[in-house]
Write a protein that binds this ligand. Structure first.
Ligand code: C2O
Ligand code: CU
Length: 503
């Protein structure tokens, strides 16, 4: 149990983020200490956004590539002219990129040189339990190591990896332990999407600093994390040629929701989400991204003259009293000049796997204490217990999960390990097109919302977790275990029991 009255009270305020009551006043000014870095003093658009480095395998043999990573502390220049101590893979902040191909195995040996345990989860990956990086499968601090095997028996997708050690993950991820994993296949490679230097992954997150430039972590503190980073730098610029770019966006923030827009309000195309490409590109002027989610977009800069600048802004998650020029801005694009462009975005991108018909229904209710008395969070009324199996699933079963956010002020989101699911309905409305119509592994639930998801649990037997991907909430208890096995027989009765479960 976590008791921390003040933090929770601000926690309840996330409301403002997604359109709830104005419960709280402008909170930051009064609570800021003398040692706090004022985000409005951080210069913007002075340094270029780096493109995360691609990690090379230490060796390849047959259909397998082997990687070696050292989990270690390092200093990174997140803020211009200052060094910040961070937790990294191989000293990289933002984390490195692994390029993987469907059908070819990746084996990663991780050595933990931090002073806290870690567990490395491949988010969105379809992997055996032994390599899932579950909360209880820890790599010991001070040099412990573990080898993870990723079979990549799944279609292309923009995956990422991050710490998942029980009760440590929210702080360790906040301190930097994330990396990107771009899995491709022939379906994706046979398209003429922008590629090479015109295909740029961007990891988004927020942070709070003290005035010596060090990260400040306080659980549930979405309110004071007002410095926005793109690929590990605060408010960078990025030079683009006047042509199409593909940006693979990852929200690696613990708690922040983004609604990304170009400053001239112009449209772009969303071509993919968590589990790879959508069936069809979707024209939009904004993209919504909850913690853990990904969006793949194509922006055409050919309509801009050389010298033009525009800002990738954020209209989501703004709270009363937030400095708008800080939390409302992500990065600046600078258009350099014309460039050849033979890329294209076809009207059909892929065919999604058939849905199948579901035989089991279950209900999940997400809630956290919004009274301010505790920082406890629950699924179906229970806080996470790593020794309890919450959901028994028959191997191969296709199930429909109805997930409801019972909170009044606080948004949540729901991530399931092992599977990519489909969002069938949001608040009773069928999802048939748009950004949520593809394969998903994480879905947003605004206060009071209900979504219906469908997933097929096949490929591996074992115990995995589902949880809120606002990682501070997962630590507070909003997580559960499910076990997939050929001997599970309780599925249908579970279903009835959960249906009548009080919130
Ligand atoms: Cu991205 Cu269980 O996590
Ligand atoms: Cu949550």
């Amino acid at each position: 149990m976590i008791h921390r009255r003040t933090v929770l009270r601000t926690g309840a305020a996330l409301t403002g983020a997604l359109g709830g009551a104005g419960l709280l006043g402008p909170a930051v000014a009064g609570s800021a200490q003398a040692t706090e870095l004022d985000p409005t003093t951080v210069p913007q658009f002075q340094r270029a956004m780096p493109v995360p480095g691609v990690l090379r395998p230490v060796c390849r043999s047959g259909m397998t590539s082997y990687y070696d990573m050292s989990i270690e502390e390092a200093d990174a220049e997140i803020l211009p002219g200052r060094l910040t101590r961070v937790r990294t893979f191989n000293g990289n902040f933002t984390g490195p990129v692994i390029h993987a191909v469907s059908g070819r195995r990746v084996v990663v040996r991780q050595t933990n040189r931090l002073s806290v345990p870690t567990s490395i989860h491949l988010h969105g990956g379809h992997v055996p339990q032994s390599s899932d990086g579950s909360p209880m499968d820890l790599i010991a601090p001070g040099g412990g190591s573990k080898t993870y095997t990723y079979p990549n028996k799944q279609p292309h997708a923009n995956l990422w990896f991050h710490d998942h050690a029980h009760h440590q993950e929210s702080e360790t991820v906040y301190r930097g332990l994330t990396g990107l994993y771009l899995l491709t296949d022939d379906v994706e490679r046979n398209l003429d999407l922008p590629s090479g230097k015109y295909d740029v992954p961007i990891a988004l997150r927020d942070a709070r600093f003290d005035d010596s430039g060090q990260l400040v972590y306080s659980m549930g503190d979405f309110k004071n994390r007002q410095v926005l980073l793109a690929n590990g730098r605060a408010w960078p610029y990025f030079e683009v040629a006047a042509r199409k770019y593909r940006f693979r966006l990852f929200n690696t923030s613990n708690l922040r929701f983004y609604l990304l827009q170009l400053s001239d309000g112009s449209a772009f195309q969303q071509i993919g989400s968590d589990g790879g490409l959508l069936e069809r590109p979707f024209d939009t002027a904004s993209v919504f991204l909850a913690p853990g989610e990904r969006a793949d977009i194509v922006v055409d800069f050919s309509r801009y003259a050389a010298g033009a600048t525009l800002i990738l802004g954020n209209a989501g998650g703004l709270l009363p009293g937030d400095p708008a020029d800080q939390v409302g801005r992500v990065l600046q694009f600078r258009v350099t000049g014309p460039a050849e462009d033979t890329s294209s975005v076809p009207s059909t991108l892929r065919t999604l796997p058939a849905l199948g018909s579901a035989t089991v229904n279950r209900d999940f209710v997400l809630s956290m204490d919004e009274t301010g008395a505790t920082m406890d969070a629950f699924i179906n009324g229970k806080a996470y217990d790593m020794n309890r199996i919450d959901t028994e699933i028959e191997y191969g079963a296709t199930e429909i999960w109805t997930v409801r956010n019972a909170n009044v002020y606080t948004p949540h989101n729901f991530h399931i390990h092992l599977v990519q699911f489909r969002v069938l309905e949001r608040d009773g409305k069928p999802v048939t097109s748009g950004p949520e119509s593809g394969l998903k592994d994480t879905v947003t639930l605004r206060p009071g919302e209900t979504v219906r998801l469908q997933a097929t649990f096949t490929g591996y037997e074992g115990t995995y977790v589902y949880h809120c991907h606002m990682l501070d909430h997962a630590v507070m208890g909003m997580m559960g275990n499910f076990r997939v096995s050929r001997t599970a027989t309780t599925a249908r009765s579970e279903s009835r029991r959960h249906r009548s479960h009080p919130r």
